[in-house]
Design a binder for this molecule. Structure first.
Ligand code: FES
Length: 570
């Protein structure tokens, strides 16, 4: 049995111990302070509708904690609603992670259950827990049920893009478009496509940070509460055994997460989140690891945005463990989970119940589904593309650049009938990286020019230093690093420059002579478009955020700092 961290607050007969105990009493028996104190870091919020059901999930966790002899303590933490928070929830991911980290460290707790769901909530919770390094288990809040509209399934996120493009192309009325709103979001839970929330819930399990088998359980499914209950019991056991993130999340865990990301066809956003979580643990994960580890991983999951089905179908078809069983030989068998047992031990007896949703290894949807990492004079420290979401005929492409200096510039000109653009052009959007916007918004999947949409064009090569929604699709090169606002060469591109995209060769090149690029490198040439916040979190963020190729964390938050509190105030 490990010495409980909370005993530093509660044990003894001195004045400080008295103060710590007395204010917590309020009906709590004296022997409660001799038991493991378990925080439930809860991102439930009415303004994060994807997570609003987590208060009920917390009740099940509480019951489990009590049963195992612990004391559960509700700890509401910063919550980020992807669709509501402006300018982009990613601006606040590091703030949420920092606030959660500090509250976990500052309070008398021995372990924590992390309740998340909507895109940035699980990443921020895991970053925080990794830094504090106390026993921690994630309960992913789970996806919402399938939407339906006009008799066909409707995937939230993905179908918003599709339907809105149809409105712009004149093939869907605005009245019908508006009517589809209430059909899309049918229940509690996060987005039901293989977007960022679904991806991060599943990757939390692949990393070994959940009880095996829980990720992907639909939010209204009572098995989620059963899993939450079991998690409450487990975390008490973990405290007794001293099982912390640094002892369970290793390079092998990230290997398995990267294999999983490819096999499920997960969101590109997972790259920055996994890099940031690894950074908090001092694990040397690089962009190249994503390309190398996933090079031979087949795509087995037929979910929107690239495929057909939704998360409810995925869970019904066997869920994550059925997928992992198919790629078992590609997993690192040494990676363990929060239970203390290897992840691969949970893959026995798994079955695929619907091979249309989860393909067997013998019939993959794609032979190689990994994220490709591109380099070249346009992205010296890297850019990524998800070939599975791209048009195959555009994966090798040469075209003239049409440059937009900001999101506002894009919106102002993209539908201009006089815009000099054709289907072979390469749309370039800059000023959208971690610093430039700031917050690295999900704008890389730029809308296509209306005049090309009307001609039937449905995809073009697009290049951006921002991110792309996990529910979006297209031939989009994103996370270009360094970003234009950090002096990256994306800031030097001019209209008409030729750009070469060669995904097979992993290249992204601006076909302009070096001397000409040097000549263009006038200090501040494009900086008018970049945000320059003067106060608050945004100021701190812009001064300290790292580039996307290392996870876009703040420079002073990288690395674990442990559970110790430096000073006591009383
Ligand atoms: Fe919350 Fe999509 S908006 S998960």
């Amino acid at each position: 049995m490990n010495e409980r961290r909370s005993s530093q607050w509660y044990d003894g007969t001195d004045r400080n111990a008295y103060l710590h105990r007395a204010w917590m009493r309020r009906g709590i028996p004296a022997d409660a302070f001799d038991r493991p104190q378990i925080a439930i870091a809860n991102t439930a919020s009415d303004l994060t509708p994807c997570n609003s059901h987590l208060d009920e999930v917390a009740q099940s966790v509480k019951q489990g904690v009590y049963e195992a002899g612990g004391i559960p303590l509700n700890l509401p933490v910063v919550s980020l609603g992807e669709t509501q928070v402006r300018p982009t929830a990613m601006l606040w991911r590091n703030m949420a992670a920092m606030a959660i980290e500090e509250m976990l460290r500052a309070n008398p707790i021995d372990g924590v259950v992390l309740l998340g769901g909507c895109d940035k909530t699980i990443p921020s919770l895991l970053m925080a827990a990794a830094s504090v390094d106390i026993p921690a288990v994630v309960v992913p809040g789970g996806p919402m049920l399938n939407g339906t509209f006009r008799g066909v399934p409707l995937g939230c996120g993905t179908d918003v893009w599709k339907l809105s493009e149809e409105v712009r192309a004149g093939t869907l009325s605005e009245k019908l478009f508006t009517r589809s709103e209430s059909s899309m979001i049918r229940s509690r839970g996060h987005c039901n496509t293989m977007g960022t929330a679904s991806t991060m819930g599943l990757l939390a399990e692949a990393l070994g940070t959940t009880i095996p088998g829980i990720a992907g359980t639909p939010a209204p499914d009572s098995r989620l509460l059963e899993g939450a209950h079991a998690t409450g019991r487990l975390v008490v056991e973990m405290v007794a055994e001293g099982r912390t993130p640094s002892t369970t999340i290793t390079a092998a865990s990230f290997h398995n997460a990267i294999v999983t990301l490819a096999a499920i066809g997960g969101s590109t956003n997972a790259v920055v989140h996994l890099l940031a979580i690894a950074g908090r643990l001092g694990i040397d994960l690089t962009l190249e690891d994503f390309d190398r580890i996933a090079a031979d991983v087949p795509l087995l999951v037929n979910l929107q945005p690239a495929g057909r089905y939704l998360m409810e179908d995925f869970f019904r078809a066997g869920g994550l463990l059925a997928v992992l069983d198919q790629v078992r030989d590609l997993l690192d068998p040494t990676a363990i989970t929060v239970t203390g047992r290897p992840l691969v031990e949970y893959l026995d007896d798994q079955e695929i119940w619907d091979a249309d949703v989860i393909s067997p290894r013998s019939e993959p949807l794609l032979d190689a589904a990994g994220i490709a990492v591109l380099r070249g004079n346009l992205a010296p420290t890297g850019a990524i593309i998800k070939p599975a979401a791209a048009s195959p005929e555009l994966l090798e492409h040469r075209g003239r650049a049409v440059v937009f200096d900001s999101v506002e510039d894009l919106h102002a000109r993209i539908d201009d009938p006089d815009l000099d653009v054709d289907a072979s052009s390469v749309l370039v959007l800059r000023g959208c990286g971690p610093r430039g916007y700031p917050g690295m918004p999900e704008v890389a999947n730029m809308p296509l020019p209306r005049k090309l949409l009307e001609q039937g064009v449905r995809d073009m090569v697009r290049i951006c230093d921002g991110r792309m929604s996990g529910t979006a699709y297209g031939t989009v090169v994103l996370h270009v690093s360094p970003e234009a606002a950090a002096g990256g060469p994306l800031g030097l591109v001019q209209d008409g420059d030729e750009i070469l995209l060669d995904v097979g060769g992993r290249r992204i090149e601006l076909l302009v002579p070096d001397e000409e690029l040097q000549r263009r490198r006038v200090p501040g040439a494009t900086s008018d478009a970049f945000a320059a916040p003067v106060r608050g979190w945004e100021r701190l963020y812009v001064d300290h955020v790292l580039q996307a190729d290392t996870g876009a964390d703040l420079d002073f938050l990288v690395g674990a700092s442990g559970p110790d509190v430096a000073r006591e105030s009383h």
